[in-house]
Design a protein around this ligand. Structure first.
Ligand code: ZN
Length: 320
């Protein structure tokens, strides 16, 4: 029996033995078929919590004639193991490559279950610094507290085996088992190390946390200028389908792209004016007519924090 098959079985056996102590049911994930080669797992809405077993993000995989290419690893080692078992349920091809969209907890904690002999992990070179940052360490402590036992003392944060070297084109094209891929460097938009993965045969884009479907995006203190530049690289691809890092996939991406662009431009203009005129944030926020976006899902939850993050961004940009 090949090692890649033995590992999940062993993992299941250990999980069963440990179950009475950990009081955690084994996890089962169901892959959704997106296109000829692409499948994805869609997490629940909301934040990572013990109740949803931290399954609040998406991950995808691409079955080629020469192994499986995985995009993101979900938010716990148990989810990573469940991904591996689910992948084995649709193909006999082994996982050969895992590409990480960015090193936020909900997208890469499952790596340790997917890693192993014959598996390579690729990431943006800025991920190296992100992994060693106090932010990443604090987040791990928080997840150990809030998500135990799914995240615990045995959870290891893996980096890439290969930190990709992007040239001036900021793209890396490769072919594997009859499927053509393009890795697109959109770093600095949502995190310093963002990547998107384009599957050319199927015209599917795996977009990570830069794409939000049918809702006001979560901006926080993201660099909206870099984000707008990243969005401009999605349109020309004319994707048949976009699978985001969270929430539903979209087969009609243009309205989502337009909404995110309009919203980011609106935020930047409104908050940029306030910063220029030295208007305090609260006053500026009240003075803006938000009616254009107020009926769009997630407006209530996200708009004020987005405006505040953008206000701080525009202050930084003004000082530069
Ligand atoms: Zn993220």
């Amino acid at each position: 029996m090949p090692a890649w098959l033995l590992r999940p079985l062993l993992g299941c056996a250990l999980g069963l033995l440990a179950a009475p102590v950990l009081a955690q049911a084994p996890l089962t994930l169901t892959p959704i078929k997106a296109s000829e080669h692409v499948y994805y797992f869609q997490g629940e809405s909301g934040v990572a919590a013990r109740a949803n077993r931290a399954f609040n993000s998406n991950a995808s995989f691409v079955v080629t004639g020469d192994g499986v290419v995985v995009f993101d690893a979900l938010g716990t080692p148990a989810l990573g193991a469940a991904m591996k078992a689910a992948i084995a349920s649709v193909t006999r091809q082994p996982v050969r490559l895992v590409i990480v969209s960015h090193f936020h907890a909900d997208h890469f904690y499952g790596l340790q279950a997917l890693a192993g002999p014959g598996v390579e992990i690729w990431g943006h070179p800025n991920g190296k610094e992100a992994l060693g940052s106090p932010f990443t360490q604090d987040r791990l402590e928080q997840r150990r507290r809030d998500l135990a036992p799914d995240v615990g003392p045995g959870t290891r944060l893996l980096g890439a085996d290969r930190w990709l070297d992007f040239g001036p084109s900021r793209e890396i094209a490769f072919e594997r088992g009859g499927v053509r891929f393009r890795i697109i460097d959109v770093s600095g938009a949502h995190s310093p190390e963002d990547l998107m993965l384009w599957i050319d045969n199927d015209r599917v884009l795996l977009a990570g946390d830069l794409y939000f479907s049918g809702r006001v995006p979560f901006v926080g203190n993201a660099d909206s200028k870099a984000w707008l530049a990243a969005i401009d690289r999605i349109g020309p691809l004319k994707p048949a389908m976009v699978i985001p890092g969270h929430g539903a996939a979209s087969r009609n991406p243009q309205p989502d792209i337009d909404l995110t662009r309009d919203y980011l431009q609106f935020l930047r203009a409104a908050m940029g004016r306030a910063v220029q005129d030295l208007v305090p944030f609260d006053e500026a926020y009240r003075a803006v007519d938000w009616s254009r976006f107020a009926k769009i899902p997630a407006f209530e939850a996200a708009n004020r924090i987005n405006a505040y993050g953008t206000y701080l961004r525009m202050e930084q940009e003004a000082l530069k």
